[in-house]
Design a protein around this ligand. Structure first.
Ligand code: T3D
Length: 266
């Protein structure tokens, strides 16, 4: 019987929990719909570091309470905003890049409002599932800001430039079903079923060849700015690396032996 590891770490405003190979990261400031402050940035950075462990093979990012994450804590803007560019570079960018750098699937389980930089973080994940009560709000323009934390990068790639402009420049709130129709989320479930569905999906991904998934993620990111020739070459390089994994050997062996594969992520 497989050893089941189930433990959790409370790190003030970001909590992590482990269930076998799945790490769940929960943003935990429910009173303000999990708005970012210094503690959330710090806790998220630590959680994403924890997610790098080789025995973590899938990650779920979600929020506590009725919000996913509503971006910057606006109460911090009561005073002069200060050097926003520097704060973005120091606090937001490293965590966006850390999500993209993880060589494993990261699933956003969007349980409520995803607004401003909270939307950017949802879109930085590899896929999104949503509760039927979730909403997606590119709130930046509503307060006279421009999208940041990768929002224009990810949303343009997910939706295409015309729809990205219409949405990001208007700031309008999308319901979960509209987000599904647009292809922003891959599925919508009843609010009470979201955590279970997120865990189930993550466990399914965690049982697949993790290194192959990591390299697939790498290739998709590379494709965004590559010529066909460059992409063909990159695929050839990573295919060479894939053939050196144990999961490739197991995949071929299980096919030839007509049995289910047992992938280990190595
Ligand atoms: O400084 C830097 O580093 C720059 C970085 C900037 C990046 C950004 O993210 S800018 C964008 C910031 N985010 C927003 O502008 C979103 C603001 N929030 C909203 O528009 C709405 O709250 C929502 C549409 C997302 C949800 O609406 P609703 O009706 O479901 O909830 P609510 O009643 O508005 O919010 C519930 C509570 O959360 C409420 O507090 P209260 O009245 O119960 O004491 C509300 O004030 C608080 N809250 C919501 N968003 C924020 C927030 N508190 C602080 N900061 C927030 N962003």
């Amino acid at each position: 019987m497989a050893l089941s590891i189930c433990e959790s770490h409370a790190m003030s405003e970001v909590e992590t929990s482990r269930d076998d190979a799945v790490l769940t990261i929960t943003l935990n400031r429910p009173d303000v719909l999990n708005a970012f402050n210094a503690e959330v940035h710090k806790g998220l950075a630590a959680a994403l570091k924890e997610a790098r462990a080789p025995d973590v093979r899938a990650v779920v990012l979600t929020g506590a309470g009725r919000g996913f994450c509503v971006g910057q804590d606006l109460t911090e803007f009561r005073e002069a905003p200060g050097d926003i560019g520097a704060r973005l570079r120091e606090n937001y960018h490293p965590n966006v890049l850390a999500i993209r750098a993880l060589e494993k699937p990261v699933i956003a389980a969007v349980n409520g409002a995803a607004a401003g930089a909270g939307l950017s973080f949802a879109c930085a994940c590899d896929l999104r599932i949503a509760a039927d009560s979730a909403s997606f709000v590119p709130a930046f323009i509503n307060i006279g800001l421009v999208p940041d934390s990768g929002c224009t990068y990810f949303v343009t790639r997910i939706l295409g430039p015309a729809r990205a402009f219409e949405w990001l420049a208007s700031g309008r709130k999308l319901t979960a079903s509209e987000a599904h129709a647009w292809g922003l989320v891959s599925e919508v479930v009843e609010a009470g079923a979201l955590a279970g569905r997120g865990a189930e999906l993550a466990a399914q991904f965690a049982a697949l060849p993790t290194r192959g998934i990591g390299m697939t993620k790498r290739l998709i990111d590379h494709a965004a700015n590559a010529s066909l020739e460059q992409q063909l070459e990159r695929e050839a390089q990573l295919q060479t690396a894939a053939t050196q994994t144990q999961d490739f050997a197991e995949g071929v062996a299980s096919f030839l032996e007509k049995r289910s594969p047992r992938f280990t992520g190595s």
